[in-house]
Design a protein around this ligand. Structure first.
Ligand SMILES: Nc1nc2c(ncn2[C@@H]2O[C@H](COP(=O)(O)OP(=O)(O)O)[C@@H](O)[C@H]2O)c(=O)[nH]1
Ligand SMILES: [Mg+2]
Length: 218
């Protein structure tokens, strides 16, 4: 019974996601779904990414959190249009669902953007299950989270097209086995590109921006 209900929720979501995908395609917008556990650096990465790609790549951001507009306030400083979604209003969901993205996107001028980045709710589990109509998914894992997380949360690493290993500036201060982390990601998803970078120092950003730019150009 419970499984049927869950399946129905996901079926409805998939239908809405297909509608989103069609709308974004018609508008020529590349949509990236950025996911991670709380605090791994999604907003910090986006702050630095926006400062580098604007105004050449016309970018908008939809940010999901359960509460607060902290991230939208941080990202709006870039000058990009930012829509904050608080899932509190949708029952405190731990992920962004496709219909939520549709409502948020209605607040954006879709004719004036090439790239829409969705910073999903901080969570390594639920967001992996909800298609939002994106073209690509990326997961951020930071070096303070432990090497084993790809093995513990495999679905997220399976469904993503790229991984970012963030906070590499902290490596000298940690007993972190970076090679094991990279190996664990590739054990779940062989060949997935992994960008080792630091949102603090911007080290390693070039490869990430190149991947993103390639997606936007199609
Ligand atoms: N040292 C270091 N700190 C970082 C880096 N990226 C993010 N942080 C810090 O990690 C904390 C959480 O970052 P935030 O962007 O809010 O993560 P989010 O919850 O995934 O959006 C903040 O205090 C950031 O300043 C990084 O590359 N290096
Ligand atoms: Mg954030």
């Amino acid at each position: 019974m419970e499984i049927k209900v869950v399946r129905k929720v996901l079926d409805v979501n998939n239908m809405m996601a297909a509608q989103n995908r069609q709308l974004f395609a018609e508008k020529g917008i590349f949509v990236l779904n950025l996911m991670s556990s709380p605090g791994s650096g999604k907003t910090a990465i986006l702050e630095k990414t926006l400062s580098r790609i604007l105004p050449e790549i016309r970018t908008a951001v939809i940010v999901g959190d359960i509460c607060t507009s902290n991230d939208a306030d941080r990202l709006a400083k870039s000058g990009a249009p930012v829509v904050q979604v608080n899932t509190d209003e949708f029952g405190g969901d731990c992920h962004l669902a496709a219909h939520v993205i549709a409502s948020a996107a209605a607040n954006l001028n879709l004719n004036a953007i090439d790239l829409l980045i969705v910073e999903n709710v901080g969570n390594l589990v639920c967001p992996a299950e909800f298609d939002i109509g994106e073209n690509a998914r990326a997961v951020v894992l930071s070096v303070t989270e432990g090497e084993d997380k790809p093995l513990k949360y495999p679905l997220m690493f399976r469904v993503c097209h790229a991984a970012i290993l963030n906070k590499t500036d902290l490596l000298p201060y940690l007993d972190y086995d970076k090679e094991a982390a990279l190996r664990n990601i590739h054990q779940i998803h062989a060949d997935m590109p992994i960008f080792e970078m630091s949102a603090k120092t911007e080290q390693g950003f070039e490869a990430w921006l190149k991947w993103l730019g390639k997606g936007v150009r199609g």
